[in-house]
Design a protein around this ligand. Structure first.
Ligand SMILES: [Fe+2]
Length: 329
């Protein structure tokens, strides 16, 4: 067996059939045909094992509240770079693409979304409805969103491991004295939609619902700005075995089990919120997004924040599901 000098480093790990095969494949070493065949079989078996493991994993880049109109261009470029380099299974954007629902802001947001990997699940937020133009607000609230960002207000994604649907919770008006212009709601029709589209999906598939308005508040804070109709919605989500809720709205990154805030909730469902990814209107947190890894009964949320030069991990939370309950590790 002859090993060329340029292959010494690779050759140092030789000794197994797999290594021999790789060395032979790259013309580093000359080995008998029978040895090569055995190495090839080992290579294929190893590839199958790794493929199985990798196929079970799903990764989600969860971004929210981009707010074009108040975007820091350097942060936006850094975010696109970071997500593109990490090649997520799905990009989820949970609303507020614009600051004031203007055409120019929508066009900037649409051009930006084209830079990000696909598939993408996007839903509108309260800022995507015009605030001051009363005619538009009440008669054509999401016309621009549907024309420029996504016509589909109920996008979905499905593969062997995950099923995701997005729900529009942005409303022109909400029955709330201190949030009538910005609060959101899930309607009866949307609950029926969840029932029809999610309940028949096998329980082995990890089910995710995306909204702009969250179900739970940040730790230690009161239930302000939560999605209206949450209690009824959770009953339906339980029936369909939904596992995870993704949202934004408050420009705060946090997560928890919905049962901590809803006495009637029986199923352990995780609610994960993202901070604003690119807006200069931050709420005491850096621009950040969630890198979520789903590995069957283990869910990991890595918060990746802007440090002035790039997005990097600042916090990791891991949940493990045991006997139908999510436990924080
Ligand atoms: Fe927002």
């Amino acid at each position: 067996m002859f090993l060329r000098p340029s292959c010494r480093m690779a050759g140092s790990v030789a000794g197994c059939f797999l290594c021999i095969y790789r060395l032979r494949k790259h013309h580093c070493v000359d080995v008998p045909h029978s040895v090569l065949q055995r190495a090839l079989r080992q290579e294929r078996a190893t590839s199958r094992i790794f493929s199985f493991i990798l196929l079970a994993l799903r990764t989600i880049a969860h971004i929210s509240d981009l707010h074009f109109g108040t975007v820091d261009p350097a942060v936006a470029e850094g975010l696109a770079r970071d997500i593109d380099a990490r090649t997520p299974s799905v990009v989820v954007a949970s609303g507020d693409f614009t600051q004031r629902a203007r055409v120019g802001q929508y066009q900037e947001a649409a051009a930006y979304l084209k830079k990000l990997p696909s598939p993408q699940i996007v839903v509108p937020g309260n800022h995507d409805i015009p605030l001051w133009n009363v005619i538009r607000r009440f008669f054509f609230p999401l016309t621009r969103y549907r024309r420029i960002i996504n016509h589909d207000l109920r996008p979905s994604y499905r593969d062997d491991e995950v099923a995701i649907i997005g729900m529009n919770t942005a409303r022109s008006f909400s029955w709330s004295w201190n949030g009538f212009w910005k609060d959101g709601r899930i309607s009866e029709e949307q609950l029926l939609d969840i029932k029809l589209s999610m309940c028949d999906v096998p329980a082995a598939v990890f089910k995710i619902v995306v909204t702009h308005h969250p179900f739970i508040p940040p730790p230690g804070e009161r239930m302000k700005g939560m999605v209206h109709g949450a209690t009824r919605a959770l009953a339906q989500l339980e029936e369909c075995n939904v596992d995870l809720l993704l949202a934004g709205h408050l420009h705060r990154g946090y997560s928890g089990d919905v049962r901590t805030h809803y006495e009637a909730a029986r199923r352990s469902i995780l609610s994960v919120q993202a901070s604003t990814a690119t807006s200069t209107r931050r709420r005491g947190e850096p621009n950040a997004y969630n890198w979520i890894t789903i590995d069957r009964d283990v869910l990991t949320i890595e918060v990746r924040a802007w440090n002035g030069g790039e997005f990097a991990a600042i916090d990791t939370t891991r949940y493990r599901k045991s006997e139908h309950v999510w436990h924080r590790e």
